[in-house]
Design a protein around this ligand. Structure first.
Ligand code: NAD
Length: 310
């Protein structure tokens, strides 16, 4: 039976009754909104948050506890997890919390993240490693044990939180951009390998006015960033985490109420004479065709790119 808790907004079909969700970084910002809406729609939620500062330092259990209290106060079901996603043991423990308390894992929103800025030539190896470790390694450490559970169940949904900074670039945070771009690769392969087990994986590239977005200063009133309320992203993330979602291997941007597919495609390009060995001068001569972005296709794997050319 459908179990909508908290405010009933009417006409809702996205429903998580009897399902179990894990949201990492769910104590603040975007993750909190994902957890609240999943719980409101009937999911039992593991609210994971280390409760650290934006640079990853420190820990505070009350951050996850507050969201668990908020969910329970409206009749929802949630349990806190204070582990860091930064180690295989941490990821395993988060999944185990779901299994111990609720017996299964239906969807994982891999959202925990940190932020830092430094010009490319000043990023230290420690800053680089910490950023990659939280975002990319953390995504792997959490999703791998969850994947094993979903594979046995024959059902699962992953929503990996990436960033337009990863897809397109962001100044000055090369380590953040690289980590977030890596998450797109992680999403692609979880989708490819999960397909035969009923597991779907998609990525969300959010914009939201959280402490991360205001780190460099408050946005101007009425600006796109100021209009990017976290609830607007939650709509997309919660859909992708649901039974109703049928897409996989896709990336979506959410910006101030604009929802749009972000994709990596390959253009038809310039096909050199079969058997010939083009030179750098030929590339220069054909640059217009080599650089054109249309027509294009979106291969579902490296093999599909070869099929397009064959
Ligand atoms: P936020 O700082 O408000 O929330 C992030 C949460 O993650 C914090 O509560 C923090 O304690 C937790 N966290 C950090 N490291 C952790 C770890 N190792 N283990 C467990 N929890 C950890 O930030 P936010 O804006 O809500 O960002 C959420 C996600 O969205 C991040 O992955 C971020 O990179 C991504 N993102 C945000 C924006 C934006 O505009 N806000 C844009 C692009 C991407």
């Amino acid at each position: 039976m459908r179990r909508l808790v908290g405010e009933d907004k009417g006409g809702e079909v996205i429903d998580f009754t009897d399902q179990v969700a894990i949201v990492s970084g769910a104590g603040r910002g975007l993750g909190r909104h994902y957890a609240l809406d999943l719980a409101r729609r009937g999911a039992s939620v593991v609210v994971n948050d280390l409760g650290c500062a934006m640079d990853g330092e420190g820990a505070d259990r009350s951050i996850a506890d507050q969201v668990v209290d908020e969910i329970r106060s409206t009749g929802g079901t949630a349990v806190a997890s204070y582990e860091s996603v930064e180690s295989p043991e941490g990821g395993q423990a988060i999944v185990q919390t779901a299994l111990d308390n609720f017996g299964r894992v239906d969807c994982v929103v891999s959202n925990a993240g940190i932020w830092g800025m430094a010009p490319f030539d000043e990023i230290t190896p420690e800053q680089w490693q910490r950023m990659i470790n939280t975002h990319l390694n953390g995504g792997f450490y959490l999703s791998q044990p969850a994947f094993k559970v979903m594979k046995n169940q024959g059902y699962g949904r992953f929503v990996f939180i990436s960033s337009s900074g990863g897809a397109f670039g962001i100044y000055p945070s090369t380590h953040y951009a690289a980590a977030k771009a890596g998450i797109l690769g992680l999403t692609n392969n979880v989708a490819i390998e999960g397909a035969r087990y009923g597991i779907l994986a998609n990525a969300v590239l959010p914009f939201a006015i959280t402490r991360m977005a205001t780190a460099t200063g408050e946005p101007e009133e009425g600006s796109l960033l100021a209009l990017s309320r976290p609830e607007l992203v939650a709509a997309l993330t919660v859909y992708l985490a649901s039974r109703a979602c049928t897409s996989s291997h896709q990336n979506f941007s959410s910006l101030a109420g604009r929802y749009a597919r972000v994709f990596i495609g390959v253009a038809d390009g310039w096909i050199s004479e079969p058997g010939s060995t083009p030179t750098a001068d030929d590339i220069l001569a054909q640059l217009e065709k080599v650089s054109a972005t249309a027509p294009f296709s979106i291969p579902g794997s490296i093999v599909e790119e070869m099929d397009v050319v064959a």
